[in-house]
Design a protein. Structure first.
Length: 338
């Protein structure tokens, strides 16, 4: 099955690559193809004296965007490292800059950090622990492995000379590449407010009924449960420093969770970046448990969006929180773009 999928995807991308050379009447490429790869070396040392060292592919993705005409466009994203999967597949129609309609599989509007592509995110892990947990990327026993994506319909637009951006969605709530067997849906949206140059205020919500992908929090696999997610954040980009902070709240089957992160990037001469990040996550507030994570590192952008990264990470779980491991991690990553 995986071999057949690889053959189909390779054939599709070959055809797209050939078509990408075609020009429309405005002499602009009708299809744009981009991709990136990340090679990761990692050394970890847990408090129980367990150590591990590995070298592997963190991510390898190819992204294609096609402009059918001045209103219709489509997008496809395929991940080629294990597991091979289709991440994005959507069509979009633009009535006006203030009103667009998108249908298919794409990122949910929840969380500002979830919208940042891994090849731009300053963290080698691709995101902070609250984002990973609340967006369904990993660790949540009921909803995981979605890469922050789902299938659905999105209405979006830019208002007031791009000072205000909105998104409204109705989504299956089943994650990626999965049929919807639930009569309930997830509904939500996001709002971006830009009162001043360099400053963005962001809030989002996603909630409704869905089917549990696993068991936990008093819910068994395959059972329908109520899921709520809300976030509020601020992004300040005033060179040479960029700061982003976000608070997240979740509620599943009556169990309340919350988290927050603060990430700062100091941009130095010759395209060096100093990365500082810290986050907090509790999956059950009544249990008084928490996971604290801190990261410090340096990035070197050497050509376009190609970079070398070196980061140290420390994780500290308390009161038997069911996610995270106490210990240290040293990571080095080489990223290329095309």
């Amino acid at each position: 099955m995986k071999k057949s999928l690889l053959i189909v995807i390779a054939g599709l991308l070959t055809c797209i690559s050939a078509l990408a050379q075609e020009k429309d009447c405005c002499t602009q490429p009708r299809i744009q193809i981009k991709g990136y790869g990340q090679i990761l070396a990692e050394y970890t040392h847990d408090t129980d004296a367990t150590t591990a060292a590995t070298l592997g592919i963190n991510k390898m993705e190819v992204l294609a965007v096609g402009q059918i005409n001045d209103r219709w466009k489509w997008g496809v994203t395929v991940q080629f490292n294990s597991p091979v999967m289709l991440k994005d597949l959507y069509m979009q129609y633009t009535f006006a800059p203030q009103f667009r309609v998108r249908a298919g599989q794409f990122k949910t509007p929840f969380s500002y950090e979830n919208q940042i592509a891994p090849f731009i995110n300053p963290l080698i892990t691709g995101g902070t622990m609250p984002t990973v947990y609340f967006s369904g990327v990993g660790m949540d026993p009921l909803y995981f492995g979605t890469s922050g994506r789902d299938m659905g319909v999105e209405l979006s637009g830019d208002l007031l000379q791009n000072k205000l951006t909105y998104k409204l969605v109705a989504m299956n709530g089943q994650g990626m590449n999965a049929k919807d067997f639930n009569l309930g849906k997830l509904f939500g949206g996001a709002l971006y407010v830009r009162p001043y140059t360099g400053l963005t205020l962001h809030t989002s919500y996603l909630g409704g009924k869905q089917i549990a992908m696993g068991s936990g929090k008093g819910v068994t696999k395959g059972e329908s449960y109520t899921r709520h997610r809300a976030s509020a954040g601020i992004i300040a980009d005033y060179q040479p420093v960029t700061v982003s902070a976000e608070y997240m709240y979740g509620k599943d089957n009556g169990i309340t969770a919350m988290g927050a992160y603060l990430t700062a990037v100091v941009h130095l001469p010759k395209r060096y970046d100093i990365v500082l990040s810290g986050d907090y996550l509790t999956t059950d507030r009544s249990a008084k448990e928490a996971l604290y994570t801190g990261t410090i590192g340096v990035d070197k952008w050497f050509y376009g969006q190609c970079r070398m990264q070196l980061q140290y990470n420390y994780s500290h779980p308390t009161n038997n929180i069911p996610v995270g491991t106490k210990g240290h991690a040293l990571r080095a990553q080489l990223q290329f773009m095309f």
